[in-house]
Write a protein that binds this ligand. Structure first.
Ligand code: GUN
Ligand code: FE
Length: 482
């Protein structure tokens, strides 16, 4: 079938008649182009494969394949709160809506009851790798890890550290308990996830150290986390930064000796190449320089940033500075678990920035992205390859290439495309029957058709258009999955 594959921040390839060979470990062996239905057998023979050894999955009309989405920031225990509390700003919202919901996960049975449908929702939306915040509770976080593991999603999962400025019913009793529970959780996840038994070097789940944000952590806690991550450089780290102006102000009050918000995390050794910082809306120039220098990734969470009136992150500027950027749904600050919604709001956020600062859409001397609307190619990149870079998993996932894991979606937009006319398709059946035709004159319009399908999917699609979700070669979700 047809493949849409991100290549750079500003480009993606569209390949028709694509044959992707996925081996028994779920890794991609090879990809070849321009294969006709009639020559598949011959191609397999040339590759030394026989019918009996392979299952062929042919794509149907209106379908294409693409890498799965990488959600670089979301909160699994907040999903029940989706669509709640959007008249509040961050600190009030946490106190009145978020902490009360997360506190429910003290009850392990509650976690067992709700987490399966929550994780299935992320999978159904096409997210093949997800960075989850859990709650502060060790046992319920283990349940979360068990469920993600059993459902087959790739994930980073973090137990929240929070030992101050939280309500008495939802706070860790001490920094030492916070650390011992964190260590226990890390060991648990690592014992659970050495990788599929036939491919043990390739774990699907990773623990991630998760100080909730500076406000909710004492100096003692951050000092202990500093030691913990220093001794284990494999460990991912995630936290929130500079989301809301009152939060930034309060952080400065709590850490008067630090030059800025990023400086707080840096002074505790928490900024490094496998750190993910969510939001990063109000960073000063010096903080951007520091983030770049430390090779930290930023998770852009535009839906949440709009809902909680937090602000609009200048993502174009960060991209021009060469900062690694991914997208996050940030449920339940964000009202959707779907990365498609994150992509749409990233587009709108960039457009608002552009309209405010560059209403005539003039070329920008600072770079390609600053004060410009993000193009479709960039949205695709951020939702896949960019997210993989932020998670430092880009050698393995983020695009479909030989040697990488087969983490992929079969997208089916036939139900949103059939009545539409695509640019360049005047000589092509709108039902896309000719999409795999290989003559060069049609191929250029195949590009236009596939671009149109991608744009439709990104801006009008939802779970109903996610036909199949594969992680490490295994079908784990989508409308075709029973
Ligand atoms: N900052 C600290 N905790 C949270 C949270 O749960 N959601 C968001 N959006 N920001 C936070
Ligand atoms: Fe968040």
């Amino acid at each position: 079938g047809s493949l849409i594959n991100p290549t750079t921040l500003t480009s993606y390839e569209t390949i028709t008649g694509c044959l992707i060979a996925v081996n028994a470990h779920g890794n991609i062996d090879w990809i070849i182009h321009d294969v006709k239905d009639s020559s598949i057998q011959e191609t397999l023979l040339q590759k030394g494969l026989f019918d009996a050894d392979v299952t062929i999955v042919p794509l149907q009309e209106g379908q294409f394949i693409m890498p799965g989405f990488v959600d670089t920031h979301t909160h699994a225990p907040q999903v029940p709160n989706t669509g709640t509390g959007y008249q509040s700003e961050l600190l009030d919202w946490l106190e009145n809506f978020t902490f009360p919901m997360e506190a429910n996960f003290q009850d392990v049975d509650f976690a067992k009851q709700v987490y399966p449908s929550i994780i299935k929702k992320f999978i159904a939306s096409g997210t093949t790798t997800c960075c989850y915040y859990g709650t502060l509770h060790l046992e319920s976080n283990k349940v979360l890890a068990d469920i993600v593991h059993s459902l087959g999603q790739r994930a980073l999962i973090g137990k929240c550290n929070m030992d101050r400025n939280c309500p008495s019913y939802y706070i860790e009793p001490s920094s030492s308990r916070s650390i011992s529970d964190t260590q226990a959780f890390i060991s648990y996840v690592r014992s659970l996830a050495p990788g599929p038994s036939d491919n043990p070097g390739n774990p699907l789940i990773y623990p991630v150290v998760t100080p909730r944000f500076a406000i909710s952590c004492t100096n003692e806690l951050l000092s202990s986390l500093k030691t913990l991550v220093h001794l284990d450089t494999r460990l991912h780290i995630q936290t929130h930064i500079s989301e809301n102006l009152k939060e930034v102000e309060y952080t400065k009050e709590l850490y008067p000796d630090c030059e800025h918000y990023a400086g707080v995390y840096d002074s505790y050794g928490l900024l490094r190449n496998n750190t993910i910082l969510a939001h990063a809306i109000w960073l000063q120039e010096k903080e951007i320089d520091l983030v770049k220098e430390r090779e930290v990734g930023i998770s852009h969470c535009p839906t949440s940033n709009f809902n909680l009136r937090s602000g609009i992150a200048p993502i174009g500027k960060y991209l021009d500075r060469g900062v690694k950027i991914g997208l996050g749904t940030d449920v339940s600050g964000g009202f959707s678990a779907s990365m498609l919604v994150a992509m749409r709001n990233a587009s709108i956020a960039s457009t608002v920035v552009a309209l405010q600062n560059n209403p005539t859409n003039a070329p920008i001397k600072e770079g390609k992205f600053t004060n410009r609307q993000l193009p479709l190619a960039t949205l695709l990149y951020l939702a896949t390859k960019g997210g993989a870079e932020v998670c430092v998993l880009d050698q393995q996932i983020g695009s479909l290439e030989p040697g990488k894991s087969f983490d992929a979606l079969i997208v089916d937009v036939s139900n949103i495309s059939s009545t539409s006319k695509w640019p360049g398709d005047s000589d092509v059946d709108p039902a896309l029957r000719k999409i795999s035709t290989t003559t060069s004159s049609v191929r250029s319009s195949s590009r236009a058709i596939l671009e149109g399908l991608l744009e439709k999917f990104v801006f009008c699609g939802d779970d109903r258009n996610v036909f199949a979700v594969f992680v490490q070669g295994k079908l784990i979700g989508g409308t075709s999955y029973a």
